[in-house]
Write a protein that binds this ligand. Structure first.
Ligand SMILES: Cc1cc2nc3c(=O)[nH]c(=O)nc-3n(C[C@H](O)[C@H](O)[C@H](O)COP(=O)(O)O)c2cc1C
Length: 330
């Protein structure tokens, strides 16, 4: 049975949920086009929001768009629609990342799986604040691994030596930024300080930076750098952060889109289960450091993201562009 075209209010709600996804520096590098005659939504990459210095291949851009695609699937399930997704459907148009056919109702047995994640779309925020040292229960780790697997990616909880290596790689990446200030250009373009933080519709606002790291081993990017931020303060972070690596077997645009969907699925499951989360792509922005991030003994081919999970304060909601600026309807 084919359903009628989406009501504009429902379509707006779906795209708003899609746009709540995490993206590198909150650049929101996506656009949506809806065709009422076919009931199909198209997801396009917006290269005006790419990061030329830190993401020249657009890997992170694809991961953010994959996360938006996953939110869209969750929102569609919540609205009783089935999403038939085709990734990269046109070889001659690589910026067309996916088509999503929303014309069919969701079969009853599919309703629970994605729709139950819907509340987490609004609850999930990156938290750059200290977490406690409390362990993540094994059953929850298993559920997070399953979430990644369901999206054709893998989640790996590294052993202690590997966590230590990852933290060293973050420090190496920070050190490179200090030596090559050009690498900070993307961060400077996409951070919002002072009054700008209150009116921004994109970028990382200063109230989401979290405190400076006084002690502890949490790999949290310092978005302020040497710039002063009022009332920021410093704090002790957890000594042994709970890290997880998300990876894929291959390393092309469709793998990055799968990784983005898997990342968001893991984050939403984690959020529903009461975990706070943050992301670290810093060491993955240099090919040599990225290569060192993988465990040579694991079968994970390519690391796509480093996640930090734990019990602690949720991060603040960050701004998003209005739906009218990211959605067109024909
Ligand atoms: C590909 C990618 C890379 C990211 N890298 C980092 C990072 O290195 N450090 C960090 O603190 N957050 C990182 N983030 C999180 C974004 O900064 C965050 O999603 C964005 O600012 C929006 O905030 P929100 O997640 O609270 O909605 C990354 C997100 C994505 C999708």
């Amino acid at each position: 049975m084919t359903m009628p075209p989406l009501d504009p209010a429902v379509l707006t709600a779906l795209v708003r949920d899609a746009g709540a996804a995490p993206s590198m520096h909150n650049a929101q590098p996506w656009r949506f086009h809806y065709r009422s005659d076919t009931g199909t939504l198209r997801l396009r990459a917006d290269l005006d929001r790419a990061m030329p210095t830190t993401d020249p291949d657009h890997r992170a851009l694809h991961i953010g768009c994959g996360a938006a695609l996953f939110n869209l699937r969750v929102a569609a399930a919540h609205a009783g629609r089935r999403s038939r997704v085709r990734l990269l459907p046109d070889d001659s148009d690589p910026l067309l990342l996916a088509t999503i056919d929303l014309g069919d109702p969701l079969p009853p047995e599919g309703t629970d799986m994605l729709a139950r994640l819907h509340p987490a779309i609004r609850q999930r925020h990156t938290s750059r604040r200290p977490f406690t040292d409390e362990d993540i229960p094994a059953a929850l780790r298993d559920a997070l691994e399953d979430a990644a697997r369901a999206e054709e990616a893998r989640l790996l909880f590294p052993e202690q030596w590997h966590s230590d290596v990852l933290r060293d790689l973050v420090r190496d990446a920070e050190g490179r930024d200090g030596l090559e200030p050009d690498r900070l250009r993307d961060v400077e373009r996409w951070t919002r300080l002072g009054d700008e933080a209150d009116t921004a519709t994109e970028g990382v606002p200063e109230y989401a930076f979290g405190p400076r790291l006084r002690e502890g081993g949490a790999p949290v990017r310092d978005f302020a750098g040497r710039r002063p931020v009022a009332d920021r303060g410093a704090a002790a972070f957890e000594r042994d952060p709970h890290l997880a690596l998300l990876g894929t077997a291959e390393d092309g645009p469709s793998d990055w889109l799968h990784a983005g969907q898997a990342m968001e699925r893991v984050l939403l499951v984690a959020t529903l289960d009461g975990l706070a989360t943050s992301l670290t792509s810093h060491p993955l922005e240099s090919p040599d450091l990225r290569g060192l991030a993988r465990d040579p003994l694991s079968s994970m081919g390519h690391v796509q993201m480093v996640l930090r999970l734990g019990y602690g304060p949720a991060g603040p909601a960050t701004p998003r562009r209005a739906v009218r600026d990211i959605l067109s309807i024909a």
